[in-house]
Design a protein around this ligand. Structure first.
Ligand code: HEC
Length: 161
């Protein structure tokens, strides 16, 4: 009897945490497409086939080897000198990123790309949830996955085999 109750409690908790993760994936998708404009450099599918030819080539995130903590750090702190913007507003003001300030980066000759908009910590977590659920390790994009990603057979899916 007691174990039954424990099992039910575990199931309820699991369902609740899954619902929370789903909510963050929705927010994360929105940030990926619009607020963070990640798709401009990484491509809408995160495969590095960028949307805007003027922007730096973003990494292929479908193939990234980074774990969750490293993903969050990459998004917060960016990659100075390598085109990935820092999305934490205070990334290089108080030493929270690698103990460095903007002055340190300048001294090393590293330019920092500006983000479309800074992201709050919970927004960085959400876009990481999106990457974990929809991009990383999902294999190459296919027509079916494209339709599932957009929720309909949009123009970009038609060109995919
Ligand atoms: C202005 C172009 C640009 C934008 C916008 C951009 N990125 Fe990047 N991103 C890059 C580039 C270039 C790299 C590769 C940097 C390097 O060589 O280390 C990168 C690397 C990364 C990495 C590290 C991948 C790895 O395996 O090392 C992650 C994670 C990442 N980006 C996520 C994001 C997310 C999430 C957003 C939106 C919130 C975003 N990026 C927006 C250009 C961009």
């Amino acid at each position: 009897m007691r174990w039954g109750a424990v099992a039910i409690a575990v199931m309820v908790l699991h369902a609740a945490s899954q619902a929370a993760a789903q909510g963050n994936v929705a927010l994360g998708t929105e940030i990926w497409r619009n607020k963070g404009a990640c798709q401009g450099c990484h491509g809408w599918a995160g495969d590095g086939r960028k949307m805007d030819s003027q922007l730096p080539d973003g990494a292929d995130l479908r193939e990234t080897r980074l774990d969750r903590d490293a993903l969050v750090i990459a998004i917060k702190c960016g990659r100075p000198g390598r085109g990935m913007p820092a999305f934490d507003k205070f990334a290089y003001s108080d030493g929270r990123c690698f103990g460095m300030t903007l002055a340190d980066l300048q001294k090393d000759g590293l330019t920092l790309a500006d983000p479309a908009a800074p992201l709050q910590p919970r927004e960085i977590e959400a876009v990481t949830d999106f990457l974990a659920a929809k991009v990383i390790g999902q294999g190459p994009m296919t027509r079916d996955k494209c339709v599932a990603f957009w929720g309909e057979d949009v123009a970009v899916c038609i060109t995919i085999k």
